[in-house]
Design a protein around this ligand. Structure first.
Ligand SMILES: [Zn+2]
Ligand SMILES: [Zn+2]
Length: 335
């Protein structure tokens, strides 16, 4: 496809995205040209637009939760056909040669590129992507409602896989897009989920219970029993000492976000007894493959609020103010 397309562009951090007409990108060697069906709006997009993450290419088309149909194949692409529906996640390129890539930790690649951050993403009618980092979406996950799986779902899943398998009582701190997907997967595996939301947000607490959490309360509430692990999905550093208080001996506190406010100081006693705090960075292609396989075993239903492409700023505003339940999705060439 050639010609012009509409795109939402970040021209200066801290300013709203601009609705622009730009040339449809053409696929280079190894790349796919994609007609975007839908693109999820992730909290990371907020951190990029607000300038809290500072390595963005400019101008930038954000968006890294993409469901799209292939419109053209660059030379030497194998394994895909025009018309296939693929998902495009945050990880957009790795070098394959640095010590992290060679050690099977491509999520930490020294030369990694990221969709919608250092590469143009899916807040547009078309995009191109390195075919090696695109995934054929399984049946049942080819619609706009699958978009949040590509980051909220994947990062939640990678965070969850960091937890020792014998852990059964798991706290989720921040109950948005990632938590509502993860709750369904973890519940299907027999885990007990404890959801911590913003103080007084009873709507989010009821949402958590509906998704399968056994208990839901405010983030300052004491956990009703000692937890084996905690996953923090809200960008609030003060949740780390709180989660350490909630977990039992050897409890793990996993931080799923890319950006967080400063962590207040806390007594060593909270970390004592082999409790740990760990961050989760990016994802690997192996995570994506395992996650898509998991979706086939235990189906997940996402709850989405859709916006037209031109309303991306409004979607970001609603995400920032915490008024969304589940995930925001830009509906671009979908229906
Ligand atoms: Zn590398
Ligand atoms: Zn994301």
């Amino acid at each position: 496809m050639k010609g012009e397309m509409n795109a939402m562009m970040l021209e200066r951090p801290g300013q709203p995205l601009m609705y622009r007409k730009v040339a449809i990108p053409q696929p280079g060697p190894g790349e796919l040209q994609l007609r975007v069906i839908a693109c999820g709006v992730c909290r990371t997009d907020l951190h990029i637009v607000d300038g809290e993450l500072t390595a963005a290419k400019l101008p930038l088309i954000p968006g890294h939760e993409v469901i799209a149909r292939i419109t053209a194949l660059g030379v030497s692409v194998t394994g895909f056909c025009t018309g296939d529906i693929v998902g495009v996640p945050w990880l957009g390129y790795t070098c394959g040669a640095c010590r992290y890539c060679l050690a099977g930790r491509e999520n930490l690649c020294e030369k990694a590129k990221f969709t919608g951050y250092t590469l143009d993403g899916g807040y547009a009618e078309f995009m191109v992507a390195d075919a090696r980092f695109c995934f054929l979406m399984p049946a049942g996950y080819q619609e706009a409602t699958a978009a949040p799986l590509l980051c909220a779902g994947l990062i939640g899943f990678r965070s969850y896989r960091m937890i020792r398998p014998e852990a059964t009582r798991i706290g989720l701190y921040g109950f948005g897009a990632a938590a509502h997907i993860l709750t369904q997967i973890a519940k299907a595996q027999g885990k007990q989920l404890f959801a911590f939301t913003r103080e007084g947000d009873t709507a989010a607490q009821l949402f958590a219970i509906r998704m399968g959490a056994g208990w839901a309360g405010g983030s300052l509430d004491k956990a009703p029993e000692r937890l084996d692990a905690a996953i923090i999905l809200a960008p609030a550093g003060e949740l780390i000492p709180k989660a350490l208080k909630d977990v039992d001996k050897a409890g793990q506190v996993i931080c799923g976000g890319i950006h967080m406010s400063d962590i207040p100081s806390f007594p060593y006693a909270l970390l004592w007894e082999e409790r740990s705090v760990q961050s989760v960075a990016n994802l690997s292609r192996e995570d994506a493959k395992a996650f898509l396989q998991q979706l086939a075993l235990s189906p997940v239903k996402t709850q989405t609020t859709t916006f037209p492409l031109s309303q991306a700023n409004e979607a970001l505003r609603q995400l920032r103010s915490g008024q969304l339940q589940g995930a925001a999705v830009l509906l671009i060439n979908g229906h």
